[in-house]
Design a protein around this ligand. Structure first.
Ligand code: BTN
Length: 227
């Protein structure tokens, strides 16, 4: 799937997701694009993702055997959780796809699909991990947690290994991946968030209820149209 020798490295780039969106036709399946600094890093829901030097900012291109975007988001989050476990960090997934440690955000995932005339051409999985960088106030970095700096190359290599392992394990067993993902969520079914009881948790939406009000909250895997 992903290969250590299939990595494109940039010092500064607008956004690794944007790079793949513009170049997916020329770039091989499984390519990883990583940048030291992103000048226009993007988060979910059109938010800006501050990407200063010291963090691990990368994107993965999937062009073959394309599955649902949520499959890759879940695969990536459980891969990050396993690596963190090895570093003795207990992290959880905050629905739908943020990685939190002690109520602070350590990592975010932005999975996007490029479509042409409603046909999915590729999936781009964008991952940001706070490593040695300064973080916004609600964030935390690995160096904060471990009290030492970590090698970004080492971390990316670990991610590639873990992602591949999980990919081959779960590629035909999406329901098992879903179970694993659910086990690692910060809140579970029947928990309360802001006074709302969680009735259903899906990667794509959440159903919550307070009194007579039932709400469906979408996670929005935005499909970008091109051409
Ligand atoms: C979020 O939590 O809202 C998702 C953040 C995703 C950030 C990563 S950093 C690498 C890739 N390139 C981007 O512009 N965004 C993603």
């Amino acid at each position: 799937m992903l290969r250590k020798n299939n990595i494109l490295r940039f010092k500064t780039i607008e956004s690794t997701n944007n790079f793949l969106k513009e170049n997916y036709e020329k770039v091989e399946n499984g390519t990883v694009v990583v940048a030291d600094i992103q000048t226009k890093g993007r988060g979910r829901l059109g938010r800006t993702w501050v990407s200063k030097k010291g963090g691990l900012w990368f994107s993965i291109l999937i062009k073959k055997d394309i599955k649902k975007p949520s499959f890759y988001t879940k695969l990536s989050s459980i891969s990050i959780i396993s690596i963190l476990k090895r570093l003795k960090i207990n992290a959880k997934i905050k629905w739908p796809n943020d990685i939190y440690v002690n109520s602070k955000k350590l990592s975010g995932i932005l999975t996007e699909a490029v479509t042409v005339n409603n046909n999915i051409k590729c999936i781009i999985i964008g991952i940001g991990i706070n490593v040695n960088n300064e973080t916004p106030e609600n964030g935390v970095s690995l160096s904060n947690l471990l009290k030492e700096r970590l090698s970004l190359d080492f971390l990316l290599e670990q991610f590639i290994k873990e992602f591949n392992k999980n990919y081959y394990h779960y590629r035909n067993l999406p329901f098992l991946l879903n179970l694993k993902w659910k086990k690692n969520l910060t809140f579970r079914k029947r928990n309360f968030v802001n006074g709302y009881k969680i009735l259903k948790i899906k990667p794509e939406y959440l159903i919550v209820k307070k009194g007579k009000i039932t709400l469906k909250i979408n996670s929005i895997h935005k499909l970008e149209k091109e051409r």
